[in-house]
Write a protein of this length. Structure first.
Length: 201
């Protein structure tokens, strides 16, 4: 994991900051080394009417509280949703800041992903049933597996009744269907892991 930490520290800072997006959220991308390879912690959000992320597969995360450091947001949300206690020493590094929507001009907040090493090889997870339907360790290699990757048309409604079609990729492993922002973040993680493997991992 040290090689990956060094790789992220050496990466150039992303100049895009989207200052218009005042509302901020954070996610925790938690990685562990398993016998079959690297795995990332994902969860399925509960299904409920009116929730734009209802039933989605995602990393733990949520909105920043007033006066809260954005890294603290990622750690707090992970503890609240999955009962997993992350500390600053588990941080591997920040990933690229992203607008939540495909077109940043129409996004209403930004997402700050942070990359963490799991506190132990098999940490206990206690999902909050009000927020989380299930949680599991997802094989990172699945992200680049062509047998698991398909595409589909997704209609993004940004001003009713106007909607814009996007051709999106998805990766399916067992009953977890990963797409959208979560897939884009995991693709960045997988690329960082691949780049760091020239070092001692």
């Amino acid at each position: 994991m040290e090689a990956l930490r060094a790789h992220l520290a050496a990466a150039p800072e992303d100049p895009r900051h989207w200052p218009r997006l005042k509302r901020r959220a954070a996610t925790a991308v938690v990685l562990r080394e398993a016998a079959a390879g690297l795995e990332v912690l994902l969860m399925r959000r509960v299904t409920r009417p009116g929730d734009r992320w209802s039933g989605d597969i995602s990393c733990p995360g949520g909105f920043q509280h007033p006066g809260e450091d954005i890294l603290t947001t990622a750690m707090r949300e992970t503890h609240e949703e999955l009962g997993l206690d992350l500390q600053p020493e588990h941080l591997v590094g920040p990933l690229r800041l992203r607008p939540v929507s495909p077109w940043h001009r129409f996004a209403d907040f930004s997402v700050h992903p942070y990359f963490f090493a799991a506190p132990s090889a098999d940490p206990e997870l206690v999902p909050d049933p009000r927020e989380v339907d299930s949680a599991r360790w997802f094989p990172l290699d699945a992200i680049h597996d062509p047998a698991r990757r398909t595409s589909f048309w997704w209609w993004w409604t940004f001003a009713r009744p106007i909607a814009i079609p996007f051709r999106l990729h998805r990766v399916v492993h067992e009953d977890y269907d990963v797409w959208g922002l979560t897939l884009r973040v995991l693709e960045e993680v997988a690329a960082a892991v691949d780049s760091s493997r020239t070092r001692t991992f």
